[in-house]
Design a protein. Structure first.
Length: 173
């Protein structure tokens, strides 16, 4: 009998969520959530390494180079990154800072810093962190996010190993 009551409650809960439009913990519909992974070697990408981002799809696939759709903004809420010093343990206890810039797509000279995260490298010369932001930062469809690591080097092959941005798309303000 209690199993039936539990099932009824779950069915009612699901019906309410579906009728209200499913929203994730951010208050946004799951279809608007974005996970971006840094890739290199992109023609026209950021800096000489050609860095840019690709969107990771829910089925594990990729949608190519990510650009924010016209009329929308990207709200970046989380950043995960990992760094490996090119000289391994000689980089122990060094401080590395990841900086994310918002760069105008039409004029690359228009660029402002929007995010910083600092790590102290381990005895092996490695470090990383996951940042969860209270307010995040926004990027319009006229711009993109470009990373930089100081003092670096940025890499590849060593340097910045992984960089993942998470957030959501919403209507432009």
């Amino acid at each position: 009998m209690s199993f039936r009551i539990g099932c009824t409650a779950v069915v009612l809960f699901l019906a309410v969520v579906r009728s209200a439009g499913a929203q994730a913990h951010t208050g946004q519909p799951p279809s608007q959530h974005v996970t971006l992974e840094l890739i290199g070697g992109v023609l026209g990408g950021c800096d000489r390494s050609g860095l840019d981002f690709t969107r990771t799809l829910p089925d594990g696939g990729s949608a190519g180079i990510f650009r924010i759709p016209a009329g929308q903004i990207l709200v970046v809420t989380d950043v995960d990154w990992q760094y490996v010093h090119p000289q391994g343990s000689l980089g122990a206890d060094r401080i590395e800072t990841l900086r994310l810039f918002i760069e105008n797509l039409a004029d690359r000279s228009i660029s402002r810093r929007a995010f910083e995260s600092t790590v102290v490298l381990s005895k092996a010369g490695e470090g990383g962190t996951s940042e969860k932001m209270t307010s995040g930062f926004i990027v319009s469809a006229l711009a993109r996010v470009c990373p930089d690591v100081v003092p670096g080097p940025q890499g590849p092959p060593s340097g910045l190993q992984h960089l993942i941005l998470r957030g959501y798309l919403t209507t432009d303000f």
